[in-house]
Design a protein. Structure first.
Length: 338
């Protein structure tokens, strides 16, 4: 059941009963249904012994159709029970727009420039909407950490990857630690840029839609609360997963992101951007782990209020910045700010 998708059809072959069952999602297009039926007819005509060992000819094989929401008991028995909660069904979402082809953009920083590159699928056509043009491998197969923006028609999904964990023995060297910290700082900068880009993309998309409708009315939520959500690798909700033809869980990726303080809780793109651009935190928050989202772990002192800064480091900011760099680092280490 977990692999079912409301925008497409599936073929289930029951060799013992000599049946071909077509499961039709509630939002499957006429074109998708036609292609699936033709495929089922071809399977029947071939009458392969691998599928139907006891059938002597195709006339002994029947084709039956199960529609999402009114499936037969035989279908549920074949797929292991009535567990519709295992996938994101569109049965109850009558107003949900489904006649669209998703778009996917890969965000990366190359040669110092932050870029968004759109991925194109060979399955994409001008004549018909392509429900599932991308695969999970497009996300998980990319070099990590990285970011993808999925335009799912009515909302955006900003998919954040994971920070690969080094072997503990290889990370003891201080030089490696500094490299890792620098990398984490770049990763933070990329997340901020991706969030701002996503909000800009959503605003431009809505403006284009209004111009196309020639209404010129309506207003966007400047906070970005209506744009979409941020989702973390390994912690994807069923609604996000439903935009891909199949999905495999990656427990090790989930563990990495949980250790870094991520969760399944959905946060809007605008809200998350506000979180990771917060300028000030109390000292106890900066001493706790994991750190708040968006905090540069190499410069924790920047987030202290003037009062907390002087209390923690025993001097004001101007006096602190006059110290040699090595002494600044020593003082920060003594109180846990490095």
């Amino acid at each position: 059941m977990a692999q079912l998708r409301s925008r497409t059809c599936f073929i289930l072959i029951h060799g013992v009963l000599q049946e071909i069952r077509i499961w039709t999602g509630c939002k499957a297009t006429d074109n998708t249904q036609k292609i699936t039926k033709n495929a089922a007819e071809k399977i029947k005509e071939q009458c392969s012994k691998e599928f139907f060992s006891s059938a002597t000819n195709s006339d002994e094989i029947s084709i039956k159709i199960d529609y999402e929401g009114s499936e037969s008991d035989e279908f549920f028995d074949a797929v292991g029970g009535k567990k519709r909660e295992e996938y994101f069904s569109l049965l109850e979402l009558e107003d949900h727009i489904t006649d669209f082809t998703p778009r996917l953009f890969h965000f990366s920083r190359t040669d110092g420039a932050f870029k968004a590159v759109e991925l194109f699928s060979q399955l994409r056509t001008r004549e018909h909407a392509t429900p599932y043009p991308f695969s999970q491998l497009d996300l998980y197969g990319a070099r990590q950490p990285t970011i993808f923006l999925l335009d799912a028609g009515e909302k955006l999904w900003l998919w954040m990857g994971w920070w690969p964990k080094e072997d503990s023995d290889s990370s003891e060297d201080s030089d490696n630690e500094l490299v890792n910290r620098a990398g984490e700082t770049r990763w933070l900068g990329e997340r901020r840029a991706a969030l701002a880009t996503a909000l800009g993309y959503w605003k431009a998309k809505k403006e284009a839609q209004r111009e196309e409708d020639e209404s010129g009315s309506g207003s966007d939520d400047e906070s970005g609360s209506d744009a979409g959500n941020v989702v973390w690798a390994g912690l994807e909700p069923l609604e996000f997963i439903s935009h891909f033809p199949d999905w495999t869980a990656h427990p090790h990726v989930e563990e990495i992101n949980r250790m870094d303080g991520r969760s399944e809780e959905l946060v809007s793109i605008g809200q998350y951007l506000s979180q990771i651009t917060q300028r000030e935190y109390p000292l106890e928050t900066l001493l706790a782990r994991p750190l708040p989202e968006g905090v540069d772990p190499t410069r924790l002192e920047l987030y202290l209020s003037p009062e907390d800064f002087e209390e923690a480091l025993g001097m004001g900011r101007s006096d602190f910045h006059e110290l040699p760099f090595w002494k600044q680092t020593k003082l920060k280490k003594e109180i846990g700010l490095f």
